[in-house]
Ligand binder design. Structure first.
Ligand code: OAD
Length: 237
């Protein structure tokens, strides 16, 4: 591989675990004590918008907690973008803003962003730093009660898939960090990257559902293993 070939980094909840944000598939099968169907589906939102808004308001408040901040894995990926002599794109499934806070600029949030809201009527996307509620109106079209979290729920199509697909087709290295390999289409990116000729690397605390597909597997906490991997990669360039 030429050492300026583009790099695509796919991140999942495991990259933010050491920042104090719980992963989705912890042992109890619940997401922050809720059934995923209740808080992360369009049907859940339709049947109890107050509950869903309250759930995401809590997640947003958690993000403002001073103890929640980027960890060495986020920082190493920002360093990679700054120092690598080629394109680095972070495709994250996470809805937090920890990659941006660490300094990454080239970030795509395929499952949306906690700090944004979207109008279900006109599609306008606006900043949402504080709480949202079922009676909020849209700044753009004035529709009452149409604002929803700008997050992708089960049954919905992930965002920016064209941009992601073309980056994966072009990359020389694809690395997946802290993701279980259960949720598609993200779980299938490694196959696409491998078929397109990229070197594929997985960094995870343990094995994922797609570990066997990767060329190289690094096992351990992202906060330790990602800085070490970035160091090795930059040393080769
Ligand atoms: P999961 O909770 O499914 O998986 C987290 C992964 O991170 C697991 O494979 C863990 O082994 C790994 N992990 C945990 N702590 C780690 C650490 N300190 N260092 C390295 N790895 C660690 O989360 P995702 O794969 O991100 O989608 O889940 C994918 C999607 O499913 C989410 O984006 C969300 C969810 O439902 C939507 O909401 C649409």
């Amino acid at each position: 591989m030429a050492m300026s070939e583009p790099i695509v980094v796919l991140t999942g909840a495991g990259v933010s675990a050491e920042s104090g944000i719980r992963t989705f598939r912890a042992s109890d099968g619940l997401w922050e004590d809720h059934r995923v169907e209740d808080v992360a589906t369009p049907e859940g939102f339709a049947s109890d918008p107050l509950l869903v808004h309250r759930f995401y308001n809590e997640r947003r408040q958690q993000l403002r907690d001073p103890s929640v901040r980027p960890n060495p894995a986020h920082e190493a990926l920002a360093r990679l973008e700054r120092e690598y002599d080629g394109d680095v794109l972070v495709v994250t499934q996470n809805i937090d803003d920890l990659h941006e806070r660490a300094g990454s600029r080239n970030v795509v949030h395929m499952h949306g962003e906690l700090l944004k809201a979207r109008c279900a009527g006109c599609g306008a996307v606006v900043a949402a730093v504080g709480d949202l509620g079922p009676t909020d109106s849209c700044e753009a079209c004035g529709a009452l009660g149409a604002m929803r979290p700008h997050v992708v729920w089960f049954g919905e199509i992930p965002l920016l898939m064209d941009e992601i697909s073309s980056a994966i087709q072009r990359c020389g290295t694809f690395v997946a960090i802290g993701t279980s390999g259960l949720v598609y289409p993200a779980a299938g990116f490694v196959q696409v990257a491998g078929l397109a000729g990229a070197h594929t690397v997985e960094i995870n605390l343990t094995t994922s559902y797609v570990t066997s597909v990767f060329d190289e597997v690094v096992t351990g906490p992202a906060g330790e293993q990602v800085p070490a991997w970035v160091e090795r990669l930059l040393a080769r360039t």
